[in-house]
Design a protein. Structure first.
Length: 320
């Protein structure tokens, strides 16, 4: 799909993105916009090299793509100087390689903060009240009358919520959980001095760190064993922050422990056994999936690329 074919600057988006504002912004600034129409969900490095071709000024890419040496050198050979991930996370981008090849990198913080925090809060409540299990039960035609023990879950009022990675999203999540019940009887938000304290004391733990070497498998067999037996763990950050094999074991051994997962170690796959666990809610990496946010992410990504091409500041540079 090509917009403004005679535009001076060739900008590629590896995926179709919501809204038209991002396309119009690029067109207004003399860009030819090419949107990849490949049906495949995840593009390989080879697919993207073919897209870049011999002349490309900038690329808007996705978190499912491996932006390392190979792609940045291909982009630079094609005269490209700008790349933006359409995501706040950029663990799929080798920023050093980009710098080596003279390519500026952008990401899309801010516009997804509240949307992502809302999903984390939704998963927390859904896990506490076993909403997904109860929904499956109804649809299976198993409900034959009210019972005192039916789907008894946890009351969050008065419980302790722990946030690991209290940056923009983690803090917004904490604020939302704190304001539950109109702030009437807030849940306690622990800004604990140590992760140990969060693991030990929190009834709900939500993970919001970035993924890097220091946070890989931050939640593992050992940390899981320190959590309360009836704790709820939420992950809307990146899958590898949690050792998913250890998590499946923990869920099997502790039926009252619950998780809400938006991200997985080897997306799009789940580790064996996870899909069978009644005490797990799993959704397909949709934390930022509100219309307003996704359009905002696309717009920011376009502004990042435009900034570099036209010599304005890159809107959002993760190095800043
Ligand atoms: C991100 O932006 O990093 C999310 O994972 C997708 O919105």
């Amino acid at each position: 799909e090509v917009y403004n074919p005679s535009g001076k600057y060739r900008v590629i988006s590896t995926k179709s993105m919501p809204g038209t504002r991002w396309i119009n912004l690029l067109i207004e600034q003399d860009c030819r916009v090419e949107i990849c129409t490949q049906k495949k969900t995840i593009l390989s490095v080879e697919d993207i090299i073919a897209l870049i071709g011999n002349k490309c000024d900038g690329v808007i890419g996705q978190l499912t793509e491996d932006w390392g040496e190979t792609l940045f050198s291909a982009l630079s050979r094609a005269g490209g100087t700008a790349f933006s991930n359409m995501a706040v996370g950029y663990n799929n981008v080798d920023v050093n390689a980009a710098t080596k090849y003279g390519v500026a990198v952008g990401n899309t913080p801010g516009v997804l903060t509240e949307t992502t925090a809302e999903l984390a809060a939704s998963l927390s409540l859904a896990a506490a009240r076993r909403i997904v299990e109860a929904d499956e039960f109804m649809r299976a035609g198993l409900y034959d009358g009210w019972l005192p023990h039916l789907f008894v879950g946890n009351l969050l009022k008065g419980q302790t919520v722990g946030v690991i990675g209290a940056g923009r999203i983690g803090s917004a999540y904490a604020r939302m959980m704190f304001l539950k019940a109109n702030g009437e009887q807030p849940v306690t938000w622990k800004r604990a001095s140590s992760m140990e304290e969060v693991l030990r004391e929190a009834d709900v733990i939500s993970l919001h760190p970035i993924l890097d070497k220091t946070t890989y498998h931050l939640v593992n067999k050992e940390s899981l064993s320190k959590m309360k037996k009836e704790a709820i763990l939420i992950n809307c950050s990146r899958g590898p922050v949690v050792d998913e094999v250890a998590l499946v074991e923990h869920l099997k051994e502790n039926p009252m422990f619950r998780v809400g997962l938006d991200v997985f170690e080897d997306e799009p796959y789940m580790k064996p056994g996870l899909a069978d666990m009644k005490n797990a809610i799993v959704v397909p990496h949709i934390a930022s999936a509100s219309k307003w946010t996704r359009e905002g992410m696309a717009t920011l990504a376009a502004l990042n690329v435009l900034g570099k091409i036209k010599g304005y500041p890159v809107w959002s540079d993760p190095n800043r």
